[in-house]
Write a protein that binds this ligand. Sequence first.
Ligand code: ZN
Length: 298
Amino acid sequence: MADSQTAEFKSVRLLGRIFLTGDIELKSGLHIGGAAATLSIGGVDNQVIRDPLTGRPYIPGSSLRGKLRSLSEKFAGRPQNFSIGQGVQIHVCKTLADYRTCEVCQVFGIPGELEASSPTRLLVRDVMLREDSAADLLALRTDLPYTEIKWEAAIDRVTAAATPRQMERVPAGAVFGPFELVYSLYEPGDAARFAHVVRALELLQDDYLGGQGSRGSGQIRFINLELKTKTPADYGVDPRATTPAAAADPTSTLPATATDVTAGESATAADATAGKLGTLADLRSQLDARLARLTAGG
Ligand SMILES: [Zn+2]
């Protein structure tokens, strides 16, 4: 079965969820492209994507997630073998045997025929401009509402003539948030695999988000990080009370409620503010202890 192309149906049971929230601070201007035809503001060539309701720029969860996946694929050296259109290739494991040893597909999921046997663990929500940041940008009277226009010279490769080109960006210093990553635990090893998500965030912080990264755009920093967990009991059900198989499996035990996790934390004088972490470095330094607490509790 291990090398079969056939999807292997198996039951999927939610063991818990990890929620990572925080803000995204722009260290340089951010350009995430929008559809020019539908968002025509001021006749700018390269527009940023905006929330149609508020007109404010935002970071689509799909952009953030796609970048995290791409960086994870390159870090793991996985072949980019699957076209998702517009010339974009991603990595997708084709067999269950490969999938079992692939941190990228286990965390980010796979489209297509194997999907039924492999739930996507990581969900990334859209990130809006923070209210205080939106007010600051309006007060600054930027070139366009909330954004600046950067002019750059595009060099024609044939004639070597420089043609001025516009690029709309959200200015450095703006803060988007809160972002939310929701990571679902389906197998006993999933809590430990959350470390791959944290590494992807670290890789992104050293890379860039959006377009024009090689020209300095899109440098970001994660701040005000907070980590929370939920177990099935938080959704009103304790599956261990109803499924004997789960109760008999010692590796699948989680704390009965999320408060079991936070109670342990608040008992520690050094960590009075349960869940609060701050920077990615803070998260990294506490990650092993927190994940161990999550899997060992109950
Ligand atoms: Zn894979």
